[in-house]
Design a protein around this ligand. Structure first.
Ligand code: AMP
Length: 306
């Protein structure tokens, strides 16, 4: 099944206790596209970059089978830029800079050849733009997954709530779930957020794994996916996007949105994210093979088998 991915395609500058990068490529849609392209899914990207974005990196996406017809290039403008600094525990970070640049007036144009998509991944982006993407599809997709962050809760909460009404799955971290719901207990937070629209909610807990709140038929269900205990976490940037890309990539490849399929998809997402954090930016993800991914999924199975 084909998958539409929309989100930031960006330059990032990252500081961790292990080092610092100059501008490297990043962005939610970049991580999501590379991750989901590992599955037998046709990935169709919608985004915008400036003339400063390296053409070689667009070609890298194309080599991975990502359709970039919907990636607009504004030759005389600058790409979105984000900079962050991680704390010593690597679980929390401060955003140092967010320069929207080309994203400030992004008009997401959906090429006609994308109108057959059945799965949609709304990566991190202004919620009003995420909504426009859905409005511009001439049919209702089989599954819409949305990611967002505290930045949009702070400055565009009403828009965010409108978009939430249109999505099937929301993926956010524990801190964001608490901010959005006003509840500390994640079980209570999940109930509040599900009432806002999405029938399924994923709450990511960094190195402590992720919770999936969904429904199996009429029964409410919770599933827990661990994160692989890693000796070294080098750079967590993009872990959440990689996770989301793996999750929806798996579902689209199997054309199955049942709760049991989502349980497997969340393990694939977690396994993929465990690679992303092993190097700066998209470096490790770019070299990753499906064979390596399958082996790591086996490690996850071993980790929780009793
Ligand atoms: P993650 O670590 O998975 O939360 O995502 C990190 C990616 O999100 C980075 O590559 C950034 O370029 C991108 N990002 C950060 N802030 C924003 C924002 N406000 N809108 C869109 N993308 C963003």
């Amino acid at each position: 099944m084909s998958l539409l991915v929309v989100g930031s395609v960006a330059f990032d500058a990252i500081e961790t206790p292990f080092g610092k990068t100059d501008k490297i490529i990043g962005g939610a849609a970049t991580f999501i596209s590379i991750a989901s392209s590992l599955f037998s899914t046709k990935v169709k990207l919608v985004g915008v970059v400036g003339g400063d974005f390296p053409k070689a990196d667009i070609q890298m996406l194309q080599t991975k089978g990502v359709d970039t017809e919907g990636l607009q290039i504004k030759e005389n403008e600058k790409s979105f830029f984000w900079s962050g600094r991680y704390h010593n525990d690597m679980n929390s970070r401060d955003t140092l800079v967010t320069e929207l640049n080309v994203l400030a007036d992004f008009d997401p144009i959906i090429p006609a050849s994308y109108q057959d998509v059945q799965f949609v991944m709304l990566g991190n982006l202004a919620p009003a733009i995420q909504r426009i993407v859905l409005e511009r599809l001439d049919h209702k997709p089989k599954l819409v997954v949305m990611d967002t962050m505290n930045f949009w809760m702070d400055i565009a909460l009403d828009d965010l709530k409108e978009t939430l009404k249109l999505v099937d799955v929301l993926s956010i971290n524990d801190e964001e779930a608490r901010q959005l719901s006003g509840e500390y207990s994640l079980v209570k937070a999940a109930a509040v957020i599900k009432a806002m629209g999405p029938k399924t909610l994923i709450i990511k807990k960094g190195e402590h794994g992720a919770l999936l709140f969904g429904n199996d038929g009429s029964e409410e269900k919770i599933f827990f996916a661990p994160a692989l205990p890693l000796a070294d976490v080098f750079d967590p940037t993009g872990a959440g996007d990689t996770f989301a890309g793996g999750f929806i990539g798996y579902l689209a490849a199997h054309n199955d949105t049942s709760f049991s399929s989502m349980r497997k998809a969340i393990i694939y997402g977690s396994a993929l994210a465990s690679f992303t954090v092993e190097a700066f930016g998209t470096e490790r993800l770019q070299s990753l093979t499906k064979v390596e991914l399958d082996a790591r999924v086996g490690q996850f199975a071993e980790l929780v088998k009793f």
